[in-house]
Design a protein around this ligand. Sequence first.
Ligand code: NDP
Ligand code: 8X3
Length: 251
Amino acid sequence: MNKTIFITGATSGIGEACAEKFAAAKCRIIISGRRADRLSKIKSHLESKFNADILDLCFDVQDKNAVFDAIKKLPEDWKKIDVLINNAGLSLGRDNFTDCDIADWETMLQTNVNGLLYVSKAVLDLLIPNESVVINIGSIAGKEVYENGNVYCASKFAVDAITKSMRIDLLKKGIRVTAIHPGAVETEFSLVRFKGDASKASQVYKGFKPLTPEDVADTIFYAANLPSHVCINELTIMPKQQASANHFHKD
Ligand code: NDP
Ligand code: 8X3
């Protein structure tokens, strides 16, 4: 295939599953995240399993200078990006508006919104006119709000709006912009949300079969590999037992 894929948040969950999926299809991949140890482990794993060409970039998407610097310093032969997957993101806390920690709000907005904007802007000139695809990972939380979802939901509604406006603004360049909105996916997401409380995190996925990160990666791979005149604007992918942000049919 030989496409070059840039994945943010590739150190776990959906991003890591994307790295595996695209490496298996012989793509060259830039994996990024904050955890350098995970990046180098994943790089070695993909190189030895698929003989894949992997470049690891360690940066925090909240840090504007670090984002622009890392992307500016890419080796010349990595400076054409076929697919950008804006996946890095997190939720912190699931508390009533009255009890939320403002620092958590700031981190969610700086990561899910500002981080996505910085990476997109920094990569823009590396995208190939009439060819490249940008895939933003939104959420069902960016389509419907739920109790105690407040600022996480707001950040994903912003991702939805940014995706729609990027699609319009990049129309002239022929760059496609897609949003993938998953429902519940079992990853480290809930462990991060509940700040390391594993029993609270596992509770989230009790009584129904959640999506796996591989389910979502398969869908992203499909959206990224359509003929160049075809764009999936947005796609919501849910576990069968989840009908909306608020409706589950549990065992
Ligand atoms: P994980 O926690 O498993 O993965 C999150 C990834 O984002 C990690 O690789 C993490 O890397 C990276 N990340 C977080 N903060 C930053 C940062 N400041 N800078 C750089 N990278 C960062 O969760 P998921 O795989 O589930 O989440 C991926 C995306 O999917 C997120 O945008 C999430 O909102 C979205 N999503 C998840 C759903 C779910 O139910 N799991 C459902 C709908 C959407 P590191 O810590 O190394 O920086
Ligand atoms: C993650 C899914 O429903 O916990 O975006 O917000 S949810």
